[in-house]
Design a binder for this molecule. Sequence first.
Ligand SMILES: [Zn+2]
Length: 66
Amino acid sequence: MLRLKPMDTEVECPFCGEPGEVEVDIDEDSPGEHEFIQDCAVCCRPWAVRIVVSPDGEVTVSVDRS
Ligand SMILES: [Zn+2]
């Protein structure tokens, strides 16, 4: 059974430095890396969002300039 955990994760925009939120649906039962592009709500520049789910279900979110 697929168990998705919606998360709002606060990050800092790598372009303008403003705080923003990444909306992600994490499947904690599927460890691995997920990458996608999300535009900053403030400056509209594209974030390269990287989600890492560790084997014990710990979720790490980072953003970088794409
Ligand atoms: Zn920004």
